[in-house]
Design a protein around this ligand. Structure first.
Ligand code: PMP
Length: 311
């Protein structure tokens, strides 16, 4: 793997990464008033092509988050994709890559607010492997932290300040020896993981929390719902999930751009199903990795090629 990144989009142009620097007085650095995205691009050796997975959906979500933060940015999802393509071609990556767009309040001023501040976009991309080590058998705990509520910091925005909540959750889980944590809402129902959405399978039906459960509206979650119904013929129920339902589920898994599809095989010392990766998660993982790498024609519209012709 090459080190990367060598470049960043910063202050309206692509510059060497060393030049992409902000002041210690930058508003977002103090008050968490930024928003970000996380996108993956997959290298396909046979096609000699780097495919970005659903970038327009990701950029649309970044701009929705910007809207929540009262930002005024001169970008569209399409113009952000143009920047990304230029950036990746300059990096010339021939390996799996993670892309981080970040919109932030660039004014160097003290004062908590959203209005009367300048807004900016930066973006960079780096080589990236897996995010959770035990992808086929993650050990998970219920966090003692609660998920931030829509009326406190909206979880549907990928708001930088909200990730203090995710960091508290992740670190407690990791330092206690777990791979990840599941997080409950104030009402005690399951929201999601620290940085991934949650599904479980009970009696042949897949179940996931609704977008009103303080979850990030995940693009992988949407992809998985479509694949479950369209490809695996499995019904998906979107409804509140009780904590103890997971203990009696047949299968459970996390999904997200970073984690991809990760089987949860143990939760708070109880085995999920038989304690090994189940058939639904197994099939989904195969399908997902084939799709993101650009190997399945039917879903090719989700893969944006970096080097070859744009369709
Ligand atoms: N929930 C949270 C809190 C996240 O940070 C992420 C990662 N972006 C996800 C869910 C998964 O979202 P996506 O599938 O769009 O990457």
């Amino acid at each position: 793997m090459s080190a990367g990144p060598s470049y960043a989009y910063f202050e309206g142009k692509i510059v060497p990464i060393e030049e992409a620097k902000v002041s210690v007085m930058t508003h977002t650095l103090h008050y968490g008033t930024g928003a970000f995205g996380g996108i993956r691009a997959y290298w396909n050796d046979q096609a000699e092509e780097l495919y970005i997975f659903r970038p327009l959906d990701h950029f649309k979500r970044v701009l929705n988050s910007a809207k929540l933060l009262l930002m005024d940015l001169p970008y569209t999802p399409e113009s952000m994709l143009d920047i990304l393509l230029e950036l990746l071609r300059k990096e010339n990556y021939r390996e799996d890559t993670y892309i981080r767009p970040l919109v932030y309040k660039s004014t160097t001023q003290i004062g908590v607010r959203l209005h009367d501040l300048d807004d900016a976009l930066t973006m960079f991309a780096l080589p990236f492997g897996s995010y959770i080590p035990n992808e086929e058998g993650a050990k998970v705990t219920f966090s003692s932290w609660r998920r931030i509520d829509d009326n406190a910091i909206p979880a549907r925005g990928k708001i930088t300040g909200a990730y203090a909540n995710s960091a508290l959750i992740k670190t407690d889980a990791a330092l206690s020896g777990y791979d990840e944590a599941l997080v409950l809402n104030q009402d005690g129902h399951i929201s999601e993981g620290s940085a991934e959405n949650f599904f479980m399978v009970r009696d042949g039906v897949a179940i996931t929390s609704p977008i009103t459960a303080n979850i990030l509206e995940g693009i992988t979650r949407r992809t998985i719902i479509q694949l479950l119904t369209e490809k695996l013929g499995i019904d998906v129920e979107v409804r509140p999930i009780d904590r103890t339902e997971v203990f009696v589920a047949d299968e459970a898994f996390f999904c997200g751009t970073g984690v991809q599809v990760v089987a949860i095989t143990e939760i708070d010392h109880r085995l999920v199903g038989s304690g090994t990766m189940g058939p639904v998660v197994g099939q989904l993982r195969d399908l997902y990795f084939n799709i993101v790498r650009g190997n399945i024609d039917h879903y090719r519209s989700w893969n944006v090629p970096v080097y070859g012709p744009q369709v």
